[in-house]
Design a protein around this ligand. Sequence first.
Ligand code: CU
Length: 128
Amino acid sequence: MKKVIVFLSLIVTTVAFAQNKNAKVSMEVDGVCGMCKERIEKAAIRTKGVKSAVWNVDTHELKLIIDERKTDVKTIAKNVAAVGHDTKEIKATDEQYNTVHPCCRYRDETVLKDHEPKEDAKHKSKEN
Ligand SMILES: [Cu+2]
C-alpha cells in the first residue's frame, strides 16, 4: 500500500511540474485604447517564448499562449510595464509611463472619461 501511495504521489508531482509548451495564461494590464492594445501586445509578443498575445480594451485582460520552458508571467509583465503599462504585479515607473502617447494616459481621470463608450454619453444627454 505504501508503495502505491509513493508511486501515485510521484505521478501527481510530475504532472504538476511538467512544463507546458503552449500554456494559456492571462494577466491584467491597464490601458484605454487601440494604441494601448498595439503597444501592450507588441511588448508581450516580443518576449521570447510568447506565441500569442491578445489584449482586450474593455476587460483589460491580456490573454497569452506561452512556452513555459522559455518564459513566465512575471517576465512578460516586466516587459509590458517597460513600455508604460501597469500590470497587476508590476507597475510601470513614472519614467516608463510618461513614454506613452498623451491620449493613452490611463492614470489620468480626464483621459479615462474621454475613452468611455459613446453610447453612455448619448443616454446621459437624453436623460437631461
Ligand atoms: Cu492608448
